[in-house]
Structure formats: C-alpha cells, structure tokens
Design a protein around this ligand. Structure first.
Ligand code: HEM
Length: 299
C-alpha cells in the first residue's frame, strides 16, 4: 500500500476492478451505491492483503463484514434478531474464514507472491516475537475493515456531492475527457502521469473527505507531558481528536457546510499522507488548537 506499490500495481488493479464493476452495474435496473462500492473496494483490498478472490467466492467474506458493519453502532444487546447480535455473528464468521485461510497458508511450502498473511506467518516464526495467531487474526480483520469501509464511504460521499452539484461534475468530466483526448488510444489504461495531473479530481476528493468526516474520532495517549499553544496535557492523558471540529469550523473553511472543491485550489501543497491524492496532507489534519497531528493511517 505504499506510494511505489500504488504507482506500479494498485493503479492498474483499481482501474481494472472499477471498470469491471461499472460494466456489471449495467445489468441492473438500479444499484444501492454504498453497497456496490463497498463490495468493489473490498475485492481490491482483500486481493492485495490476503490474496482473496471475491469473484470466485460470491462475496462470502464481504457479506460477513457487511453484517458486522450493520450493527457496529447498535445497542449492545446480544440476543438473536438484534443488530448487535448480527454484528457479532458477522465478526465471528469473518474470523472463522480468516482462521481457515491462515491454517491453509501455513501448510503451503512455496508461494510465488507475498501478501500480508505471509508476512504475519513469518513474524510468528521469529524468535522473541510478540506475534501469535490471535494477534495476527485481529490485525487481518482490522486491516481489511480499515481499508474498505473508509474508502467506500469516501467514494459514496463524493458521488452524492457531485450528483448534487452539476458544475463540479461538469468540471470533473472535462478534466477526464481532456486526458482521454490527449491519448493515442482513448481507452488505454490510465498512466501515473495522468493520475498525478488530475488536479480538480484531487480537489473533489479533499472536499468530499472534509465534508463527510468519515473517521469521526481518533484517539491518543500522551506518553509525556505535552505543551500546545499555552495548554498543558499531563502525561497519561487520554485524548479524543475530533476532526470535524476543524473541518466544519467557519474560521478555517469559509461556508464549511457547502461542497466547494475549488477552495482547495488556494491550499499550498504539503507532504501527502494518502496515496490516492496528488500532493496535500489532507487526511483529517485535526484539531486541538490547530495542532498538526501526525496520522497513523497506513494508507
Ligand atoms: C478515505 C480513506 C481513508 C480514511 C479517511 C482513513 C482514515 C483513517 C484515520 C483517521 C485513522 C486513524 C489515524 C490516527 O489515529 O492517527 C486511520 C487509521 C488506519 N487506517 Fe486508514 N483511512 C483510509 C483508508 C485506509 C486504507 C485504504 C487502509 C489500508 C488498506 C487503511 C488502514 C488503516 C490502518 C491499519 C489504521 C490504523 C493505524 C494504527 O492504528 O496504527 N486506511 N485511518
């Protein structure tokens, strides 16, 4: 998932999968956008992380994840029929599938490519490692979850904002059409240079993520006393960072509730912490008196 991998592998895979998904949507009179996008993104992340081929398994693993998500914020009543019960069953079933995959993989003697399961198995074989099967399965679960739910919510939000804003949609289409016009074969695969040239597309992504606030909270613990703008956080403080307090602050963003991708034209380029973007640090640079919080999102 690093920038190099994005350039060499992911860009191609995302294009292939997106094209195949869009084509398959044509067979349906209507689609439920969030569900369809989640399934599409899951097939990309699951293939990358655990070499899982969603098309061969009829979305079995994704459906269990979806069940888990449906009840994630439900009242914790563990009784059959409740959303919470379905959520816990979903997690149990995902863990069962992941355990089976891990067991199978341990038996394999030779593999061409290396994925995240291989790395975890190697880690477990190390001397003095803290890695064990339970931690490995939890990590697999976390990575699959963190990778697909965020991205699919972001794309769904962007589609909704664009559907409500014909001017932004038009400018986005023009940017893409201009790239196609410059090609010898308009249907050839997207290149890295083309991807990097999509300035307006990146403004749309920034703006959708700002407005949608996909990750509502982040947590930190002060491992030493911290001083920020005249405030002192004592060692051991537990900190809840709320990105929307900055994203929707009118003193930071003019008319903060308005979808306005053009506002990002004025932002000076910074180091990027997210690869699907062309050069700004926009992944929820949060809060607490404008302190710049380093994000630990691996993407
Ligand atoms: C729109 C897309 C995404 C958004 C908005 C997003 C947002 C976030 C946020 C806010 C955090 C917490 C960061 C922190 O506490 O500093 C996080 C953590 C994380 N994200 Fe993402 N993320 C996205 C995509 C992804 C993808 C594609 C992956 C992996 C395939 C991923 C994997 C992770 C992991 C593993 C963590 C936990 C890191 C840790 O605790 O050390 N995320 N993400």
């Amino acid at each position: 998932f690093g920038p190099e991998n994005l350039r060499l592998v992911l860009l191609h895979e995302v294009q292939q999968t997106a094209q195949a998904s869009l084509l398959s949507w044509l067979d349906h009179p209507s689609i439920e956008v969030k569900e369809a996008i989640s399934s599409m993104i899951f097939s990309i992340t699951a293939r990358r992380l655990i070499s899982y081929d969603s098309s061969r398994s009829d979305g079995k693993l994704w459906k269990q994840f979806d069940a888990f998500l449906q009840g994630l914020l439900a009242f914790p009543l563990y009784v059959p029929g409740t959303a919470f019960y379905k959520c816990m069953q979903g997690r149990k079933n995902v863990m069962k599938i992941l355990q089976e995959m891990l067991n199978e993989r341990k038996k394999e003697t030779h593999r061409e490519s290396v994925d995240f399961i291989d790395l975890l198995i190697n880690d477990m074989k190390e001397k003095n490692t803290i890695m064990n099967e339970k931690i490995a399965l939890d990590l697999l679960f976390l990575l699959l979850f963190a990778g697909f739910e965020t991205t699919s919510s972001g794309i769904t939000a962007a589609l909704k904002f664009l559907a409500d804003d014909p001017k932004a949609l038009q400018e986005l289409i023009e940017e893409h059409n201009n790239i196609r016009k410059r090609r010898i074969d308009p249907d050839s695969e997207i290149t890295w240079e083309e991807y990097k040239s999509m300035k307006f597309t990146s403004h749309v992504i920034h703006e959708a993520l700002r407005l949608a606030n996909i990750a509502p909270l982040m947590f930190r613990k002060a491992i030493e006393e911290v001083h920020i703008k005249g405030y002192t956080l004592p060692k051991g403080s537990k900190i809840m960072v709320n990105p929307s307090s900055i994203h929707l602050d009118p003193t930071v963003y003019k008319d903060p509730t308005v979808f306005n991708p053009w506002r990002w034209k004025l932002v000076a380029p910074q180091r990027s912490s997210w690869p699907l973007e062309a050069g700004y640090d926009y992944v929820l640079v949060p809060t607490l008196l404008s302190y710049k919080w380093p994000s630990s999102c691996i993407a």
